[in-house]
Design a protein around this ligand. Sequence first.
Ligand SMILES: *Cc1c(COP(=O)(O)O)cnc(C)c1O
Length: 426
Amino acid sequence: MTNLQAFKEAKKVIPGGVDSPVRAFGNVGSHPFFVKSAKGAYIEDIEGKKYLDFVQSWGPLIFGHCDETIEKAVIQTAKNGLSFGASSPLETKLANLILKDFPYLDMIRFVSSGTEATMSAIRLARGYSKKDGIIKFEGNYHGHSDSLLVKAGSGAATFGATSSAGVPKSVAENTFVAIYNNIESVKEILNKNDNIGTIIIEPIAGNMGLVPSKPDFLKALRKICDERNIVLILDEVMSGYRASKTGSFGIYGIKADIVTFGKVIGGGINAAAFAAKKEIMSLISPLGDVYQAGTLSGNPVAMAAGIASLTKISNTSNLYEKLEKLAIKFTDGLKKIAKENGISIQTCVRGSMFGYFFTDKEVENYADALTSDLKLFSKFHTGMINEGVFLAPSQFETGFICDAMSEEDIDFALNAAKKVMSNLKK
Ligand SMILES: *Cc1c(COP(=O)(O)O)cnc(C)c1O
């Protein structure tokens, strides 16, 4: 079966042929490949074509596909039962591993997806602050729960418009949208509304391309939250154990009131979490009256994968330095090749995460990101796929380096980029 045939079959029974929209390659005007298997830094489609994989399941696989340590832990644990609906010590073990890395947090609760983590964190924050209003930032993504599927309205100081059909206006009315890296936009909203008790942000945004917050901005945001008793949620679902071992905390040193985790902490299986100080976490049921639950929460196989991943991260010296070096090699190479071909590009690296925008404007927020040349991106993406390099099929996503990648792999990708970019403007 070819990729195209598989896609056709899938589309008959699954909307758009995919279980998550970006996988459909709609943003780059082509069709997706279907995966047969993957190993290390490479992924192979059902036609037998191999790609160097800069997607890495959108972040979780920091050691690449089929890492032996993680695979072994998963298989051994699976033999003892796939799910219990009762507690196992594995949950406490992973909890302790994460809390050791974030010593200012006291307690953590596991869920199955990043969406669930941020949704639960918002409910907890509302339960704690006793206020319904929340602020999020334009271009930040926190999963697909109703309160968070909101985009900027006409002015930053008005409440947001829903960004999906099916989200009740009454829910969106409690979500206000501020401009990333713009503290005045936050103040403007707060000065006009007194029902805001929560601010949620990707401290290192990875869902509008890679756009880190500026240190002064994040510091000012923390200060405003302190002054006004607002719960600050740092969404580290992507940046946690990716931008640095301790995510944005390791880079900025800013403490959140609630932190959300996902992706790497499940090592490729469904696990995510939210964590906070005891005072806040004590409100979660069964201790308190903020309800939260899950049939597969703390799943033993996912916990085992997470434990194996985080233990290996701890045991691998200079891991993030090595990953960052490869990320910089790739983005510096892209910059050089773009320049040789008269193409405008902005690049960014934070640990194992990298981003690139086809624009001459420095990207600090979503509006800046939108100045990118999306046609050029599409052509570049399709060209790279043809050359055997799998980059995220959207300009507004982040790229991921994994530990299974080598300098030679980056050279391979840069050679491909050279070939593709020299044909782009023709
Ligand atoms: C991926 C992501 C989510 C959502 O996680 P899912 O597991 O896809 O539900 C939430 N927040 C951020 C910052 C993410 O990158």
